[in-house]
Design a protein. Structure first.
Length: 232
């Protein structure tokens, strides 16, 4: 982040792969949906790189592992409904917070930052999950993959936060685990910090065009505090 630039006033935080390790929930829901079609379960190693582009793409990709695109298209509506049913039945049961998340959110709040959560997860999954994991109270705003006509990597949801907070994008930092978050932030004109422990579509985190890799949300808070000390 550039010394002497505007102070950071808000942070937009991603959910899957950044605050919560949700791979085991995805595994349960996707394999439940696959079983309904007589398909064998797939492992977390196969599922992990598929996460981050929203539910529709995930359901489609999980069927394309076995089927031709035409067959996936024909079964898609039923598959999506089945996936949603399975996901809602187990939402959060197998997911855990990454280290430093609560400490990081507390530290970001203590810096006076306003917080928003922007995820590509549908709102029907996101809202109960944030509540169950004790995260809901931290966020003034929560946007899911279906909150706007376009989701990350489009800048639309991030620009929605900037405008709701009445802040310029250069006063806002996005913190995420994937190139999806970084592309959205770059296009919006926000800063972007990357955590290295998430999914990033199976690609090395060093490939992400980011303003820095931080080991945890707590580390991100320390970096933002240092940046804000360089501003007037
Ligand atoms: O694609 C999803 O369902 C969620 O991904 P995100 O929370 O990392 O945006
Ligand atoms: Mg993510």
């Amino acid at each position: 982040m550039r010394a002497g630039a505007a102070a950071i006033r808000a942070a937009i935080i991603d959910l899957d792969g950044t605050m919560l390790d949700t791979v085991p929930d995805f595994e349960a829901a996707l394999n439940g949906m696959r079983a309904d079609f007589g398909l064998a379960p797939v492992t977390q190693d196969i599922i992990k790189p598929l996460i981050g582009k929203g539910s529709e793409k995930l359901v489609r990709d999980a069927l394309l592992l076995d089927w031709e695109p035409e067959r996936v298209d024909a079964a898609f509506d039923e598959a999506r409904a089945g996936y949603q049913r399975h996901y809602l039945a187990i939402n959060g049961d197998h997911s855990t917070l990454f280290d430093g998340v609560l400490e990081g959110l507390d530290a970001l709040k203590a810096l006076g930052l306003r917080l928003a959560c922007v995820t590509n997860k549908p709102m029907a999954f996101t809202t109960p999950l944030l509540t169950q994991k004790g995260l809901a109270g931290y966020f003034e705003l929560v946007y899911g993959g279906d909150s706007f006509p376009k989701k990350k990597p489009d800048p639309m949801p991030l620009l929605g936060v900037c405008s709701a907070f009445d802040l310029s994008p250069i006063q806002v930092v996005a913190i995420g685990d994937s190139s999806n978050d970084a592309e959205s932030a770059r296009a919006a004109g926000c800063y972007v910090l990357t955590v290295p422990y998430g999914y990033n579509h199976g690609r090395p985190v060093q490939e992400i065009n980011s303003d820095g890799i931080v080991s945890s949300l707590l580390d991100a808070a320390h970096l933002i505090a240092a940046h804000n000390r360089t501003t007037t």
